[in-house]
Unconditional design. Structure first.
Length: 255
């Protein structure tokens, strides 16, 4: 038995290294955030053989929508896609908030994931008040194996990886540890994508302000105008295209 456990652990660690390296390599590719998250769900699906996988990302309004998913029915996604952090009550919410109830404790990992190998057995052990702490959509969909792993960036939780399958005990506690490591990799990527978007948004805002400014704004390099907003071009009776390249303070650019 000890030899089998060691063999299993060695195989798990070997697979985990391959999956982690594959996911690390994804960020080096020129992918959009959606393409990246879709590729991550595909990698996890291939490794776990789990039929349903989704990645929820917390947005600025407090909603945790699936930015990537596979296997879930349209009906399931319609019910679950727009959970609100402040009002809705379920295991996904508690994993992302990092706040667990007493019934969660038996399914909670040290890293703050929720892992259930037989949902029917889990629910049957709860009283009515405790059952009310779960939305029940996964149970209604027939999922026996349920795993929810936080997506972390440093001390912040940015979302969750949600795995579900109608087969029992498909995702082990050991496999969940590996997915928790993936959660950190995805968190780093999501954070960086967020920075890129924020930079792009601020650049657009800056350009809009400059372009629409009533004051003439221009840039000069080697005594030639390399940028001019419409107000500056209008002052001298040029179009913006015409004034670019003109020498500053000459008849080309001024009377």
């Amino acid at each position: 038995m000890l030899l089998m456990n060691r063999s299993f652990q060695s195989s798990l660690e070997s697979c985990a290294k391959i999956v982690s390296n594959n996911i690390l390599s994804l960020f080096a590719q020129n992918l959009t955030r959606k393409e990246y998250l879709d590729a991550v769900t595909s990698e996890i699906a291939k490794w776990t053989d789990c039929r349903c996988i989704g990645i929820r990302i917390l947005d600025g309004d407090g909603y945790i929508s699936y930015e990537s998913s596979r296997g879930f029915s349209p009906q399931f996604l319609e019910k679950e896609n727009r959970l609100f952090l402040e009002n809705d009550v379920c295991a996904c919410i508690r994993v992302i908030k990092g706040e667990f109830t007493v019934p969660d404790q038996a399914a909670k990992t040290p890293q703050g994931s929720f892992i259930c190998e037989d949902s029917s057995r889990f629910i049957s052990g709860l009283n009515e008040d405790e059952k009310a702490l779960f939305r029940g959509t996964c149970i209604e969909a027939g999922f026996k194996s349920i795993c929810i792993v936080p997506i972390r960036y440093r001390d912040k939780i940015l979302g969750a990886i949600h795995l579900a399958d109608t087969r029992k005990a498909l995702i082990s506690w050991e496999a969940t540890e590996v997915i928790e490591g993936i959660g950190f990799l995805v968190g780093e990527a999501v954070f960086r994508y967020g920075l890129e978007k924020a930079f792009a948004d601020s650049e657009i805002q800056y350009n809009t302000l400059v372009e629409n400014s009533p004051s003439g704004i221009y840039l000069v390099q080697n005594e030639k105008i390399i940028f001019a907003n419409k107000a500056f071009a209008d002052i001298y009776g040029y179009s913006q295209d015409e004034i670019i390249g003109c020498l500053l303070y000459t008849s080309d650019a001024a009377d």
